[in-house]
Ligand binder design. Sequence first.
Ligand code: ATP
Length: 143
Amino acid sequence: MATFKLDVVTAERVVYSDDVDMVVAPGVEGQLGILPHHAPLMTMLQPGELLVKKGTEESCIAITGGYLEVRPDRVVVLADAAERAEDIDVCRAEEAMKRAQQRLKERPTGLDATRAEAALRRAFIRLQTVEKAKQRRARLHRK
Ligand code: ATP
């Protein structure tokens, strides 16, 4: 079966790099499915979950936004921040979520609400990615 090279990178590190069968990415205009030989494309990503299929393996990667480029020889995701589900620190994300919720509830003077909302969204995406990865694993075990 045809595959293609996927690189998921941030300014700090390479998060994922492998030959894969399919990617589903959170495009700004909706979910974007990429299969081998997809036409060249450049699009922005919104915070969400990147799903990667390689054989029977499925990987979930939390993305906090960025760009996706389909090049003739590979697909590159340049993310603001990205973590594979298994690398997400759940306690840290829960704390970040609580902090953001608290700020938005108390509305202290000088609060940057947009920033607090973005922090809340990042934490939510991270927790959701961990949850979805768990559900996928359970589904695969049942098969
Ligand atoms: P926090 O307030 O906990 O730092 P944040 O949303 O402000 O969260 P970011 O600025 O998005 O964090 O990311 C900073 C770095 O920390 C990135 O490298 C990101 O991958 C990593 N990171 C953030 N939260 C987590 C987490 N819950 N688990 C693992 N890595 C994380």
